[in-house]
Design a protein around this ligand. Structure first.
Ligand SMILES: Cc1cc2nc3c(=O)[nH]c(=O)nc-3n(C[C@H](O)[C@H](O)[C@H](O)COP(=O)(O)O)c2cc1C
Length: 148
């Protein structure tokens, strides 16, 4: 069993549903899960944790408003996150040049703080005719052997 902190970046609510679908699947897989809808960097446990960041992209490749403080604090922080692992799910629209840029930039920031990437960025393209919650849940199940 692992302990997950799900960190959500969502402007219109869609990515929040994706995060909650992941929460449901991770609990079914036997993990402990806490969801952060207004993430505060200093208040999220990192030691021996898995951070699952689910974020959409808005503006010209920007983070959603609710996760901006978290990203700013992470950018400024020199905290060593080497005892923390992460995976990122990006929700976006491939008609933008900046497809899932916020998710890509989040990965870079976490890596620069020594956080260990478990699996490559998983992107969900809202341009396609898909069920984003189901895709995210399938991703969790596909990667379940890496989540410990
Ligand atoms: C004003 C606006 C700007 C957007 N900019 C981008 C973008 O730069 N890159 C991208 O991949 N998707 C972009 N999108 C698509 C959103 O990421 C997509 O609609 C997503 O599902 C929104 O998730 P949310 O409901 O969690 O905010 C944009 C959408 C809107 C409405």
């Amino acid at each position: 069993m692992a302990s997950f902190q799900i960190i959500v970046g969502s402007m219109l609510g869609g990515t929040e549903y994706v995060a909650e679908a992941c929460e449901e699947t991770l609990i079914e897989l036997g993990h402990q899960v806490k969801v952060h809808l207004q993430p505060q960097f200093g208040q999220i446990p990192s030691n021996n944790q898995i951070w699952l960041i689910c974020t959409s992209t808005h503006g010209a490749g920007e983070h959603p408003d609710n996760i901006k403080n978290f990203i700013e604090d992470l950018t400024k922080s020199d905290q060593d996150l080497s005892t923390c692992q992460f995976l990122v799910i990006g929700v976006g629209d491939s008609s933008y040049d900046t497809f899932c840029l916020a998710a890509k930039n989040t990965e870079k920031l976490l890596i620069s703080n020594n956080c260990k990437k478990i699996t490559p960025l998983f992107t969900i393209d809202m341009q396609a005719n898909i069920d984003p919650e189901l895709l995210a849940q399938q991703h969790m199940i596909n990667k379940k052997d890496l989540l410990y």
